[in-house]
Design a binder for this molecule. Structure first.
Ligand code: IDP
Ligand code: MG
Length: 136
């Protein structure tokens, strides 16, 4: 059964820096997502640490948070049927080397850390991540 969902997407610093935001947004729209909210921001490392808290024990945590706060990002709320899973599919595997043809990370990702986009991995996390950036 399918239902309308919202998920959080982030266009990460490597893709914003390369001015890929319009092309990535087109890929979302062409896949049937509506961009309900969006803003371009730069966050502090301390905020990135909160956002990625689930990864705090990983060896790459500090670099990851440094990176997410290293330049402007575009955060978006995407909406469509089964948006969480659909966005994960459109993004492709975490490591662009493993991502399938036609996915955002295959097309634009540079490396496992500079993989161009973030997407929520569950409905609960989507709700929390949307609140994290858009609660006001
Ligand atoms: P996801 O972004 O596909 O959900 P996660 O496992 O949640 O992947 O990891 C969050 C982010 O941390 C990834 O997008 C990637 O940028 C980075 N990352 C994950 N694994 C590694 C790694 O082994 N080395 C360096 N960075 C990593
Ligand atoms: Mg993740």
């Amino acid at each position: 059964m399918s239902k309308i969902e919202q998920t959080l997407s982030i266009i990460k610093p490597d893709a914003v820096e390369r001015k890929l935001d319009s092309e990535i947004k087109e890929m979302f729209k062409n896949s049937g997502f509506s961009i309900i909210k969006e803003k371009k921001i730069q966050i502090e490392k301390s905020e990135a640490e909160k956002f990625y808290k689930v990864h705090e024990t990983k060896p790459f945590y500090s670099d990851l948070c440094e990176y997410l706060s290293s330049g402007p990002i575009i955060v978006m709320v995407l909406e469509k049927e089964n948006a969480v899973l659909g966005n994960r599919k459109l993004m492709g595997a975490t490591n662009p080397k493993d991502a399938e043809e036609g996915t955002i990370r295959k097309k634009y990702g540079i490396s496992i850390d500079k993989n161009s986009v973030h997407g929520s991995d569950s409905i609960d996390n989507a709700r929390n991540e949307i609140d994290f950036f858009f609660k006001d």
